[in-house]
Write a protein that binds this ligand. Structure first.
Ligand SMILES: [Zn+2]
Length: 82
């Protein structure tokens, strides 16, 4: 199975949590090896999870992905229109 970025984002909290299917974990790891966007998102998500580790309910803060995209755009150039 080939994952695209959206799939990785969908499963990323489970991936960090370790509650993910082993096969899916492998697919995500393979994707992360060649996708720096998802690797950056994984890092940011991990930081947020550490900050919110007391409270196991995991939700992205409002505006999170917008800010993240702006930061990524600065770091790696403008993202193509989806
Ligand atoms: Zn990706």
């Amino acid at each position: 199975m080939k994952l695209d970025c959206k799939h990785v984002w969908e499963y990323i909290s489970e991936y960090i949590d370790g509650s993910i299917d082993a096969q899916l974990r492998e697919d995500i790891e393979r994707h992360l090896e060649h996708c720096e966007i998802c690797a950056a998102i994984l890092d940011s998500t991990r930081n947020i999870l550490i900050l919110t580790a007391d409270d196991r309910t995991f939700e992205l803060p409002v505006g999170y992905s917008k800010r993240l995209h702006e930061r990524l755009a600065k770091e790696i150039g403008p993202e193509p229109d989806v």
